[in-house]
Write a protein that binds this ligand. Structure first.
Ligand code: MV4
Length: 661
């Protein structure tokens, strides 16, 4: 087994590979860009080397630098992860040429699967089922038109060197063919530099079911069941699960054996995934083969109990597959969702920013989080904005769905917009629960998936207010905290202290007047007085609002209070507000500061005559402003501070002489 490997990747997959490598006693070399200097994968590795500036082309795609670092560090092998150079045949070749093991398939297998038409040619010969169609080299208009008529409609035009749905055109009837072909060719030429086309009968409601295969250097090849990845958005997988719902053991065997045939047909080594279109009538057809470990591999690991990265390392080191086909047992059901910094309400626009608050569901045998970030990390614009993969397992699909919903609720992120709410809407959707899956799922359920959530704005507003007030309750022993409720000498005896809290939410601002009674608050909100109780423990606020008891998590970063209610996050910006009139407390003619703070303004002038209630001084403390007012008609003899001065609790602000009664 290797002593040291280099992980030529970043984010969650780099952390995940390091985790398994360390379990096997293998030392790990990380590579990083300037943007990732403090990234989790760098901190997990035993040593790390800078590649260059943040852009991938200057860092994680710099094959030459990566191989040089492998040689320099003494790494015997390179794990490419997924994406970046993981399916780059030149990189695989360069690794071998440099005497560094590429933890992946032989170069020939990567090459063979690089072209859809070449791949289909190989699979046809291997007896792997293909969608009826044409994938030949003759690309003349006449021949393609003849084939189009033979295949029938609807049919799909696909770019042989396309990917991710790019360069595809559905042709619903004969008269559309010519224009569709011209358009698809133009797009393929522009996108992939090659306009070779395939024509296939179009399946209108297919599922995406893929088989995990593994082959070693000793002639062994197995399949480790299937994954259903039908729920995609613009050809990006959103939810993946294993095993595929409503998929019989006979179908598993048939598709699995076809996938092993495909792997053997290209003399495969290592981890691979054979993707199939699974039609409504139970037939399945080869779509493409991915010559890397897939993002969604954890769901396979959860139901087979196997560590697929460990298998990769064993096979790359020349060992046999750990299990034979008959040893592979399936247990339970696993679901994975991809947690992204993106805005589902804004066409899933990628988001960047600081993860100012990050709480993950607790990991156990039912819940797994594969992530490359920690709280206060930045989601950068340079890379895929995936924050984590959340994977759950349970004995049945229904229980796994329940686990996922709970885990999504327990996943709280502030600082960037995420798709957590959308993932909850997907997972709890009746059609998902009923396993009514096909590749058009999100489009089909667009309305219900993107229906505006019933907003709990007012409830969130009150909870944010109570959080602020509870947070500012200075513990009895602490003198460095401050609370509008703690100091005795700011209020007139028997007066009910009131505080106005101003919070901005989106474009609107709300100011809530709160009265502190003995053991509860009275909050004026939406024109009614709400009697509230609140208790804050860390980031958990337990509250009673009127007759409604609730418990929510709340975080604060600088001015922003984030309230997590169900799977929605409500952000409020806390604004300075004149909290209340603080009657200057009179001690032998002087007016003292009711708390530590800063003088904002001084209205009083030495020698001036003032009326009871006139504002003499305004001070600020903990983002609230307090007006110190004349307790009676009288004369200001002397003023001791100016705007900007810091004052301590009890400091004498003004020498004041009340008018003789
Ligand atoms: C198809 C198809 C229907 N009929 N081929 C999309 C990209 C590439 N993975 C192949 N794709 C499809 N090929 C035939 N003959 C429907 C799709 C398809 C799809 C497939 C899998 C997962 C998501 C998809 C989303 C849209 C279309």
């Amino acid at each position: 087994m290797f002593r040291k490997i280099l992980i030529a990747n970043r984010g969650e997959i780099a952390c995940r590979v390091i985790d398994t490598a360390h379990k096997l006693g293998i030392r790990c070399v990380a590579v990083f860009s300037e943007a990732d200097a403090n990234a989790r994968h760098v901190r997990m590795a035993d040593e790390a080397y800078l590649l260059g500036p943040a852009p991938s082309k200057d860092s994680y795609l710099r094959a030459d630098k990566i191989i040089a670092i492998a040689k320099q560090s003494g790494a015997e092998a390179i794990h490419p992860g997924y994406g970046f150079l993981s399916e780059n045949e030149d990189f695989a070749k360069a690794c071998e040429a440099a005497g560094v093991v590429f933890i992946g398939p032989p170069v020939g297998a990567i090459t063979a699967m690089g072209s859809k038409s070449a791949a289909k040619e190989i699979m046809a010969k291997a007896g792997v089922p293909l969608v009826p169609g044409y994938h030949g080299d003759d690309q003349s208009d006449a021949l393609l038109s003849k084939e189009s008529a033979r295949i029938g409609y609807p049919q799909l035009l696909k770019a042989a060197y396309g990917g991710g749905g790019k360069g595809m055109r559905v042709v619903w009837k004969a008269e559309e063919f010519t224009d569709a072909l011209a358009s698809a060719r133009r797009e393929a030429k522009a996108g992939f530099g090659n306009d070779k086309m395939l024509i296939e009968r179009y399946l209108t409601k297919p599922r995406h079911v893929e088989i995990q295969v593994f082959a070693d250097n000793h002639g062994n090849a197995v399949y480790l069941a299937e994954r259903d990845c039908s729920i995609q958005r613009r050809h990006q997988k959103v939810i993946e699960e294993a095993p595929a719902p409503n998929f019989s053991s006979e179908q598993r065997k048939a598709m699995g054996e076809a996938a092993v045939k495909a792997a053997k047909a290209i003399d495969y080594r290592g981890a691979g995934t054979v993707e199939f279109l699974f039609d409504e009538d139970g037939s399945f057809y080869f779509m493409e083969m991915n010559t890397r470990l897939q993002v969604e591999h954890p769901v396979t690991e959860m139901i087979t109990g196997q560590d697929l990265v460990k298998w990769q390392l064993l096979v790359a080191a020349g060992e046999k597959l750990p299990l034979a086909q008959h040893d592979i047992q399936l247990d339970g059901h696993a679901i994975e969702v991809r947690v992204y910094a993106e805005d589902p309400d804004n066409d899933f626009l990628p988001q960047t920013g600081k993860l100012t608050y990050l709480r993950q569901p607790e990991a156990n045998r039912h819940v797994r989080v594969d992530t490359g970030v920690v709280e206060n990390d930045e989601v950068s614009p340079f890379y895929d904005p995936m924050i984590a993969k959340l994977i759950v397992w349970d004995e049945s699909r229904d229980r796994a769905i329940a686990r996922m919903l709970r885990a999504l609720d327990d996943y709280r992120i502030a600082g960037v917009t995420t798709n957590l709410g959308f993932l909850t809407s997907l997972t709890e959707h009746p059609a998902f629960k009923a396993a009514e899956l096909d590749t058009n799922f999100i489009n089909k359920h667009q309305q219900s998936l993107f229906a505006p959530a019933n907003k709990e704005d007012n409830q969130a507003l009150v909870l944010a207010t109570l959080f602020l007030l509870e947070k500012q309750k200075a513990p009895q022993t602490s003198c460095n905290n401050f609370s509008p409720w703690q100091f005795s000498h700011g209020w007139r005896v028997n007066e009910t202290p009131t505080v106005d809290i101003c919070l901005q939410h989106g474009d609107s601002s709300s100011t809530l007047k709160v009265q502190q009674q003995q053991q509860h608050y009275v909050v004026d909100v939406a024109g009614q007085q709400l009697c509230c109780l609140a208790e804050l423990n860390g980031d958990e606020l337990s509250a009673v609002l009127g007759d409604h008891r609730t418990k929510v998590r709340i975080s604060q970063y600088q001015d922003t209070i984030s309230v997590f209610i169900k799977h929605q996050r409500y952000d409020f910006i806390y604004q300075t507000e004149v909290a209340t009139d603080v009657e200057g407390s009179e001690h032998a003619g002087s007016l003292t500061a009711p708390m530590n703070g800063t003088i904002v303004a001084v209205m009083a002038k030495a020698g001036s005559t003032v009326k009871a209630g006139d504002t003499l001084v305004i001070m600020e403390a903990m983002k609230m402003e307090y007006s110190i007012k004349a307790p009676k008609d009288g004369v200001v003899n002397e003023v001791f501070y100016s705007a900007g001065d810091l004052v301590k609790d009890g400091a004498e602000l003004v020498d004041f002489s009340p008018e003789e009664a």
